[in-house]
Design a protein around this ligand. Structure first.
Ligand code: COS
Length: 386
């Protein structure tokens, strides 16, 4: 599945212009008001951004993974909160339905996801369950043709905006085999949202707890219709999600590098622009080399991802995705740190974008699997195939 190259070549410059002319100028407003302005959300819907990865048969644009990483690189060049408005929709929120849903589930949800009418969000993490996702505790007990869900989901991105969740709950015994993925409409009785999380960065993204108390969900809402497959669905969704976080990391690194270059040309010390000093050039050079390495890796893994059917998982590809996430997210952390360093004291002042990008970048190493999770996945695969 891919958008024809002629249409994609039109889409990318349109998106670049939208980011340059609409999103970057709105970054300070976003930071101050902790929300994405509604007119920008409407523009995103009009541009089809909510349906980027939904197949054309369901009203979307149907990007391949190689195309999606190019889009995410561009989106990475501005505040991450802009992407988050539709990022869970085309990404981890709806990919479970796309990959493993029944034909009826796809027809019922994907067209509304693609138009932006329905925002979906991904609910895996819990208060006591983060990295060890297979031990999740949210219970789903069968009662006639419904399941009754009880539990709490934590740090759920876009929960306040969501019309439905892809939500993992335990229908069976312990471990991964007891987990099912449900489509849970957000307006079902018994669902409550917690207080908005106050975060270090990424202002404008909305995260909070989702609390479920005796929520009755039709058994027909189990993704794929078969209980016990939900952990695998979640992992497959995260494989693609992690590659997208990697692309965003590279885009953000390129923006930070641009900011640092501009400052190095403009700021004078000892009678000349600081960019003329080799110690500043060394920091710029290290960032450029690492960015190129990360971005080459992401594009390479995306091309491999596209060679397999989207719903089929391949442990080698999962391992390569983890390499991309590990390297790119750690890389952007170093690039952001150097960006602040090149700005000197000014880099610690919120007048300069590098200050907030430094905070924004920190989350990339944590969500959709920490660096240590990626190391576990890589290490296990290396030993499995030794
Ligand atoms: N695609 C498809 N299936 C997968 C898979 C993938 N990428 N990864 C694992 N599976 C399958 C395994 O093949 C295994 O299936 P079988 O039981 O049939 O053999 C099953 O899922 C359990 O896998 P595994 O034994 O590897 O599970 P672990 O409990 O050891 O978990 C980690 C492994 C830690 C890697 C996993 O829990 C993880 O990724 N945790 C982080 C979760 C995360 O990213 N949270 C962020 C929340 S979203 S912002």
């Amino acid at each position: 599945m891919a958008l024809d190259s002629e249409s994609f070549e039109l889409l990318l410059p349109t998106l670049q212009r939208f980011i340059r002319e609409r999103l970057i100028p709105a970054e300070n407003h976003l930071e101050e008001h902790d929300d994405v302005p509604l007119d920008i959300v409407q523009d995103m819907k009009d541009m089809g951004l909510f349906g980027l990865t939904v197949p054309e048969a369901f009203g979307g644009i149907g990007l391949s993974v190689s195309q999606e990483v190019l889009v995410n690189y561009e989106l990475g060049r501005t505040a991450p909160a802009f992407r988050s408005v539709f990022g869970t929709n085309i990404g981890i929120g709806s990919q479970g339905i796309l990959m493993d849903g029944t034909p009826e589930q796809k027809a019922a949800y994907l067209p509304r996801v693609a138009s932006g009418e329905l925002i979906m969000s991904f609910a895996l993490t819990e208060p006591d369950v983060g990295t060890d996702a297979a031990s999740l505790k949210t219970r789903a007990e069968l009662d006639g043709d419904h399941y009754v869900l009880n539990g709490t989901k934590r740090y759920i991105t876009n929960a306040p905006r969501a019309g439905a969740f892809t939500l993992m709950a335990r229908t069976g015994g312990p471990g991964a085999g007891g987990v099912s993925a449900f489509i849970v409409p957000a307006d079902l009785p018994g669902i409550q949202l917690g207080k908005p999380d106050k975060k270090m960065g990424q202002r404008g993204t909305k995260t909070c707890d989702v609390i479920l108390e005796n929520v009755r969900v039709p058994a027909a809402n189990i993704i794929g219709g078969v209980p016990g497959q939900g952990f695998k669905t979640a992992m497959k969704v995260l494989d693609r999600g992690r590659l997208n976080i990697s692309a965003v990391s590279c885009g953000l690194a390129s923006r930070i590098l641009d900011e640092a270059r501009a400052y190095a040309r403009e700021r004078k010390q000892f009678g000349k622009p600081i960019g003329e000093f080799q110690l500043i050039q060394a920091m710029l050079a290290d960032s450029q080399a690492e960015l190129l390495a990360g971005w080459s890796l992401v594009k390479d893994v995306a091309a491999r991802f596209d060679l397999k059917p989207p719903h089929v998982s391949d442990p080698e590809i999962s391992m390569q995705v983890s390499c991309a996430k590990l390297f790119s997210t750690e890389m952007v952390g170093r690039v952001a740190d150097r960006g602040v360093q090149i700005h000197g004291g000014a880099g610690y002042i919120n007048e300069y974008p590098v200050e907030r990008f430094y905070r924004d970048a920190r989350l990339l190493r944590l969500y959709e699997g920490t660096t240590q999770v990626q190391q576990i996945i890589i290490g296990r695969e290396l030993l499995r195939t030794a």
